[in-house]
Ligand binder design. Structure first.
Ligand SMILES: *[C@@H]1O[C@H](CO)[C@@H](O)[C@H](O)[C@H]1NC(C)=O
Ligand SMILES: *[C@@H]1O[C@H](CO)[C@@H](O)[C@H](O)[C@H]1NC(C)=O
Length: 205
């Protein structure tokens, strides 16, 4: 029979738990510094032109770009509340763009993910609700003109961004940047030098 006292077992169990906890923390810390970097190309601060150059030089694919943004949304949106929905079709749209890239003549927006405010109608899996539960599940008749043009240009509809509900027509004193579906939107002020992220409440119309 084991000669260990229950106290030993409890200590051992706590130790195992502590190690697991530390491992989890390390994992979280690593995933928090995640960024998409390939040689001289860094996704942070990249302009649309930088992205197009990276596509052409085969340093980046639209799929990798969309996966990166989906990860950032998962990571940051619980505190920023900037995005209401992500498009379940975003990755397949990225794959289409990656296949089409070999042909020439596409616009600068080809393969670039965009977020649309939740007042811009999209005829797809996404809801269009102006941030309100009142419109949840309703179906728009067609894409808004802007959306039709974005699709034609090969842009990827990444999802719907939050807004002041009903574009601030909800009431005279509804908080700016707040919607029932999105919650209170905030912004991060990111300083590359320090990496400090300050979360501030801002106006979003
Ligand atoms: C990084 O770039 C090289 C070519 O410079 C490419 O072969 C590779 O697939 C790229 N990897 C990623 C993750 O983008
Ligand atoms: C649209 O809203 C419905 C609820 O009515 C929800 O089930 C669905 O997941 C939403 N679509 C997306 C892309 O989140």
């Amino acid at each position: 029979m084991a000669s260990k006292s229950p106290l030993h077992l409890i200590t051992l169990n706590s130790l195992v738990l502590l190690v697991l906890f530390l491992l989890a923390l390390t994992f979280l810390a690593e995933s928090h510094t995640h960024s998409l970097t390939n040689g001289t190309f860094s996704i942070r601060e990249a302009s649309v032109q930088d992205l197009q150059t990276a596509f052409k030089q085969k340093k980046l694919t639209s799929r990798e770009l969309v996966q990166f943004y989906l990860g950032e949304i998962r990571r940051l949106n619980p505190s920023l509340k900037a995005v209401i929905e992500v498009n379940p079709d975003a990755l397949s749209q990225a794959d289409t763009a990656d296949r089409q890239r070999r042909e020439h003549g596409w616009s600068e927006l080809h393969g670039i993910p965009v977020l649309l405010k939740d007042i811009i109608g999209t005829k797809d899996m996404l809801n269009t609700t102006a941030g309100s539960f009142a419109l949840l599940g309703t179906v728009v008749r067609r894409d808004a003109g802007t959306v039709a043009k974005l699709r034609e240009a090969g842009a990827i509809i990444l999802g719907k961004a939050s807004l002041s509900e009903w574009s601030n027509f909800r009431s005279f004193n509804a908080p700016s940047g707040w919607s029932a579906r999105g919650g209170q939107g905030k912004v991060v002020i990111y300083t590359p030098r320090t990496g400090v992220q300050e979360v501030a409440k801002v106006k979003m119309f």
